[in-house]
Write a protein that binds this ligand. Sequence first.
Ligand SMILES: [Zn+2]
Ligand SMILES: [Zn+2]
Length: 222
Amino acid sequence: MLGQLMRLLVPLACAGCQREGSVLCQQCGAQYRLMTQQCGGCGVASRHGRTCERCQKSAGSGVHQLRGVGVALRYDGPVKQAVLDLKFKGQRWAADDLASWYQDLIPAEAFDVVTCVPISPERYRERGYNQSELLAKAVARQLHIPYRSCLGRYSNSHQLGLGRTDRLKQVAGVFYSTIQRPPKRVLIVDDVVTTGATLNECARLLRASGATEVWGLALARH
Ligand SMILES: [Zn+2]
Ligand SMILES: [Zn+2]
């Protein structure tokens, strides 16, 4: 409701060509579309970004807790701008727009809930919303399945500038599970992925709480 009203008041413009109507028009977004999905651990081409069997068995892959991670776009140019605007400029009504880029990526599995990667309470207070939650809710609406908050985040963690191994260590102890009776099949939505370490840690917690299958979905990859 509010989103639709804001859309009328503040017309969205494409971060690439400034054309009105969408924060990322079809033409501009298509140039950044990832045509091949890959295993988040080793990069081998894989449908819907399914984690290959070798990486599912290897803790060193950093994504072994995830059944797969689908990524829509390359994080660059207008894609990057649109994500930053959603995150920092309060353009929360742009989430519905951006969520449409997930469409072809969602695996055919029937999910019980859609959830998101949480941000810290400090950041939530500062920003007033979590952009990944907005994206996750938009995906839940697309799929006609419920959105549920399943995870929390303790406090700000500064991941910038860390290498892959440091990131893997860093994400442990950042999140916690908030669910009592866990959903079995969970689709967890994030805005941007780099190594997959964050999604993997979230998947680990969800599985430790009883979820059997966790898939990730990200708008863009660094
Ligand atoms: Zn455009
Ligand atoms: Zn792999």
